[in-house]
Design a protein around this ligand. Structure first.
Ligand code: UD1
Length: 340
């Protein structure tokens, strides 16, 4: 069964391609390589023994996207990762984010409609909940006004998919991720941010390996037990496995309604200092960090209620924090050793 993975050479995409191939799916990747490299397909081949097909073009190009679907109308499902994701940059360049993230989605949905491809899994985010009024946060929690154009593209994309579903035979699943971290156990694929990382764990591992001088901890005066913000970190491989289950659920016609939403988190929150201490424990080295002022737009704390996903998808995140940071560290070391 053929699955299109957009953004399949990216961080979450590449891990999902591996899990799809492990389950016997045939994978086609479309990626414009704007934030990733074509070499990833070789790494995937090393892990699974199968080299996925990679087509390099921009999904913002309607003609190319629809043309792709016309050539591949036997696709059984689309998993759509391809998008820009830097929150800060989206504030500086909102139109870049709206154009890229929304136009590509619309082109994909048009391509699907024109060729009878029915199933789409969408890469959404817990950012749609903002700072929730109640914790843990379930799928029933209200959507809050987005803090950034990036966050807004996730909200608008969910609306675009829902409206399209109402008017067609397409069905969709939005997966709202909490904070994906970690890397594949082989350390052949992992998170590779362009330039200075925005996210906590790549900044930690790059500091530890000596690429960055010091990690800045953005605030320790939050109303949390140790004063630093709390997030629900989830291992990227656990996350990837949920995508395989979701796309299979659609193909098997097991959906309860044509648009479903699932939270993907562990249900457990950790503070920034707890993540740092877990890293120090598994790596056996002290991390150079300093407490600085808060980062604008950061919420205090969020963690998932994953019970609906656990029950409906028969999926549960299995890996704990130590394993997550250990795998991220192993990946950082392996990558730098190979790319000296
Ligand atoms: C961010 C985005 C979120 C996006 C997600 C994945 C914001 C407000 N949210 O989540 O929409 O889906 O990335 O890309 O940007 N931290 C430090 N020092 C650092 C980096 C981070 O102290 O150098 C702290 C942050 O203040 C936060 C925690 O680490 O408390 C996690 O930060 P990060 O990894 O950037 O994820 P989020 O901000 O939760």
């Amino acid at each position: 069964m053929k699955i299109l993975v957009t953004g399949g050479t990216g961080y979450i995409g590449s891990h999902t391609v591996v899990e799809l191939q492990n389950k016997g799916f045939e994978v086609l990747i479309v990626d414009n390589l704007s934030n990733s490299s074509a070499e990833i397909v070789e790494k995937i081949k090393k892990i699974t023994g199968i080299k996925p097909v990679l087509e390099v073009f921009d999904l913002g190009d309607r003609e190319k996207t629809v043309g792709f679907f016309k050539r591949n109308s036997d696709i059984k499902g689309v998993i759509h990762f391809a998008a820009f994701k830097a929150v800060g940059e989206s504030v500086e360049k909102p139109l870049k984010y709206y154009r890229n993230n929304l136009v590509s989605l619309m082109n994909i949905l048009e391509g699907m409609s024109e060729t009878g491809v029915q199933n789409i899994v969408f890469s959404s985010s817990c950012t749609v909940y903002g700072q929730p009024d109640e914790l843990p946060v379930s799928e029933k929690a209200p959507i809050k006004k987005a803090e950034s154009p990036y966050g807004n593209t996730k909200q608008i994309s969910e609306d675009i998919i829902l409206d399209t579903i109402k008017a067609s035979d397409i069905q969709g699943i939005a997966l709202r991720y909490f904070n994906p971290i970690g890397a594949h156990e082989t350390a052949l694929i992992g998170e590779l941010p362009l330039g200075v990382p925005n996210n906590l764990v790549p900044f930690i591992t790059q500091t530890a390996i000596g690429i960055r001088d010091q990690l800045k901890v953005f605030g320790n005066d939050y109303p949390t037990p140790d004063g630093t913000p709390i997030r629900d970190y989830i291992h990227v491989v656990d996350l990837a496995k949920a995508h395989v289950i979701a796309v299979n659920r659609m193909i098997m016609n097991s959906m309860k309604k044509p648009f479903e939403v699932f939270n993907l988190g562990t249900g457990k929150g950790y503070s920034v200092l707890e993540v740092i201490h877990a890293f120090e424990k598994v790596s056996g080295q002290k991390l150079n960090y300093k407490i600085v002022g808060r980062r604008e737009g950061d919420i205090i704390q969020v963690w998932a209620d994953p019970s609906f996903s656990n029950k409906e998808l028969g999926w549960k995140a299995e890996k704990g924090l130590d394993e997550m940071v250990a795998s991220a560290w192993k990946w950082e070391k392996a990558y730098r050793a190979e790319n000296k």
